[in-house]
Design a protein around this ligand. Structure first.
Ligand SMILES: Nc1ncnc2c1ncn2[C@@H]1O[C@H](COP(=O)(O)OP(=O)(O)OP(=O)(O)O)[C@@H](O)[C@H]1O
Length: 705
């Protein structure tokens, strides 16, 4: 134990440094405000060059000021005392003093790496590592590790007993917490993995894979801003619930420039949250779907014309269904994109009609070009083209799959009869229900197969342009917002990301890997996941093959994380027992905390389930300070939300077992584990995920059948 006076003296010493840092920060904020002021001055000069300069100035000032604001709380969190007597303070952002001396080193800078990597076995020149906690500009706690006692100068004091465990015991909020102050060495190695190639991070539940993925995004943006902020960093997670959960971490690391998406929101204009059953997801995610879709995009339009009749100089020109199909097939060979070869289809029509004209007694023949012009001017011909070869949106073709007869034709020989029936059933209410998450990859594939119709280019909006064409922004806040939006502005279907981070990658299907691959052709990658948690029940070879194709032949760097920071040992033991049933030899992470509290397992009759659920949730809300998650089998979610309506509030969330992927709650009430387990081939793995979501308390309630 550290005596109180020593502790107070050490805290006071850190407070003096913190005061210095915050005073300097206030000065820097004033400088940013001055730059804004100068921006206004430039605006008065009024010429275009000055305006451009002003925009750039305001943009940089805005960004700097925003960073200073965002990083204010807990700005300094570490200190290193080095062998050579140097003292470095580590924080969320780099701050230099008036003479350019470093007051705080950014956690991502090379000089800060030792803060995370030094150990007693390998001190890397660090004698003492100190963790500093603060709130409202006051130091509240410090914790030291003496890494190199032999090199400690006399009088060096060491206080505290374990910042990591203290931070793990804290209540969970609605969003994921950021772990920048307590990143562990194996995590730091993955975070600082080389920027190029593919970094693959695996590890069991709660080992910090998501935390590592997000810190890595922030690290890359810091280490090579030109490359990564310029091209963009895309972070993809499994569901909207998950993306919402992680969204606040990046800004708290000083990074707003990364784009976050769920697999259901990657296709422009669609935000899908529905999930399919595991069996249907395996069909929709299979590479065989690509061929099914290719056939669809080559088919005649439903309800389209089956005949073309035109009077030309008193002669009836006519093309029947077979001729029209033949023209379409010739203009649209395998591999061609329907929207892009529309012109070839029209040319085919002209050619077929021209042959008829040549044979007909129409008097003196016009030039072929004039004949085509004549037809092109005729309203009924143009109407025919629009109906026969419309510009198709992926939505149209997805809709065709809801017609059982069409789907059967497209899937013949590719899917089994059972698969076709299951797929067909899943599309019966497409219009009303909207697409599922798996359909989004299908829409993206269709988009690729159809190609883009030629459209006039969209004009880029000028963020400083107000209504009426006046180029001015009225307030600083407006400018700040506009400048940031301007920096992040990319076309909706942007595909040139410099880096793609894929979280929960074990659940990405082959078709989804294709969708990701299209956005990462120029990218380096960070792929994090845990194969033991996969819900994928399709062909594993197909999965490996499509993932390899998306990642290309880039060099791979593998990392494995081995400590479970989320679950107390008592809770993880229950989850481990479940996964051992299907993977007896799997290497599992070690849970570092114990609470002495065993999970509660209840069995109730079906009729008692609602009452037992309400009681268990009420109890957990009383026992933990942070969030409580209620995890249900997929079909039960809405019903269970209804039971808990009176308890609804920011601390309570009801999610399905699939939405629970990646999530974390202080207390978890898991309903109907047996249903989750038997729901599909991957049920045991999904149950494993659900059982490993709690940081403090777990109650399972199983209804008897
Ligand atoms: N070094 C650390 N210091 C403090 N907390 C940590 C550390 N590493 C991880 N954690 C915490 O452990 C929990 C689990 O982390 P995270 O969600 O990143 O794990 P994961 O490997 O993605 O889990 P899963 O695969 O189960 O979804 C989070 O609350 C995270 O903040």
């Amino acid at each position: 134990m550290t005596d109180l006076t020593t502790l107070q003296q050490e805290i006071a010493a850190e407070q003096r440094h913190l005061d210095l840092v915050y005073a300097r920060l206030a000065q820097l904020r004033r400088t940013a405000a001055k730059a804004e002021q100068e921006g206004y001055q430039l605006a008065r000069v009024g010429n275009f060059g000055a305006l451009v300069e002003r925009d750039a100035m305001v943009f940089h000032a805005a960004r700097r000021r925003h960073a200073l604001d965002a990083e204010h709380e807990g700005l300094v969190f570490g200190r290193l005392d080095l062998r050579d007597g140097q003292v470095l303070h580590v924080g969320r952002l780099g701050v230099r003093g008036e003479r350019s001396e470093p007051l705080v080193i950014d956690w991502r800078a090379p000089a800060a790496a030792a803060f995370y990597q030094a150990t007693a076995a390998d001190p890397q020149g660090v004698v003492r590592r100190r963790m500093i906690q603060s709130a409202n500009e006051r130091v509240t706690r410090i914790e030291d590790d003496l890494l190199d006692p032999g090199a400690a100068p006399s009088g060096m004091r060491v206080v505290g007993d374990g910042a990591l465990l203290a931070s793990l015991a804290k209540a969970t909020g609605r969003g994921m917490r950021d772990i920048v102050a307590t990143i562990q060495r194996e995590q730091d190695e993955a975070i600082r993995s080389p920027a190029g190639g593919v970094t693959i991070v695996s590890g069991g539940p709660g080992t910090g894979k998501t935390a590592v993925a997000l810190h890595r995004a922030a690290y890359l943006l810091y280490s090579d801003r030109n490359r990564f902020a310029g091209g963009g960093v895309l972070v993809v997670g499994p569901s909207g619930v998950f993306v919402e959960y992680i969204a606040s971490v990046l800004p708290s690391l000083g990074e707003e420039t990364a784009t976050l998406h769920s697999l259901g929101s990657l296709f422009p204009g669609v935000v899908a949250t529905r999930t399919d059953s595991a069996a249907v997801a395996a069909i929709k995610g299979s590479l065989r779907m690509r061929r099914v879709l290719e056939r669809a995009t080559h088919d005649a339009v439903p309800g389209g014309p089956t005949e073309l009749r035109l009077l030309y100089r008193g002669e009836l020109l006519r093309l029947d269904a077979t001729q029209l199909d033949r023209i379409r097939a010739r203009a649209l060979p395998r591999g061609a994109r329907r929207n892009e070869v529309r012109r070839a289809g029209i040319d085919g029509l002209f050619q077929a009609l021209w042959s008829q004209v040549q044979r007909a007694p129409v008097g003196r023949l016009p030039e072929k070009a004039n004949f085509e012009d004549d037809l092109a001017e005729r309203g009924e011909f143009r109407d025919f083209i629009r109906a026969w070869w419309p510009r198709l949106h992926p939505w149209h073709v997805l809709g065709w799959l809801s017609q059982p007869e069409r789907l059967r034709r497209y899937a013949e020989g590719l899917l089994s009869h059972r698969e076709i029936r299951a797929l067909s059933a899943s599309y019966q209410n497409l219009d009303a229900d909207g697409p599922t998450i798996a359909d989004v990859a299908i829409l993206d594939e269709l988009d690729e197969l159809l190609g883009k119709p030629m459209r006039p280019a969209k004009r880029r909006r000028d963020p400083f342009l107000l209504a009426g064409g006046v180029r001015e922004v009225s307030t600083y806040a407006d400018r700040q917002r506009a400048a940031r939006a301007h920096a992040a502005e990319r076309p909706e279907d942007y595909r040139e990301y410099a880096h793609v981070v894929v979280d929960e990658s074990q659940d990405v299907s082959p078709m989804q890997w294709r969708m990701l691959g299209r956005r990462g052709r120029l990218a380096s990658w960070t792929v994090v996941g845990d194969p033991a948690q996969t819900a994928w029940t399709g062909d594993p070879r197909e999965l490996a093959q499509s993932r390899d194709k998306a990642l290309g032949r880039r060099a791979r760097h593998d990392y494995t994380l081995s400590t479970n920071y989320r679950n107390p040992a008592e809770i993880f033991a229950v989850a481990a027992k479940v996964i051992r049933e299907v993977a007896p030899d799997l290497a599992l992470p070690t849970a570092v905390r114990t609470t002495g509290i065993e999970p509660v397992e209840l069995t109730v009759s079906a009729g008692e389930l609602p009452g037992a659920t309400v009681r268990a949730v009420t109890e957990l809300l009383g026992e933990v300070q942070g969030t409580v998650g209620v995890i249900t089998p997929v079909p039960r979610r809405d019903e269970v939300s209804g039971w808990l309506a009176d308890l609804a509030g920011p601390r309570l969330q009801v999610v399905t077992s699939l939405q629970a992927k990646g999530m974390e709650y202080d207390g978890v009430v898991l309903l109907a584990p047996t249903e989750i387990r038997t729901d599909s081939e991957s049920g045991v793995r999904t149950l494993y995920v659900a059982l490993s979501r709690a940081t403090q308390r777990l109650t399972t309630i199983d209804p008897t059948r």
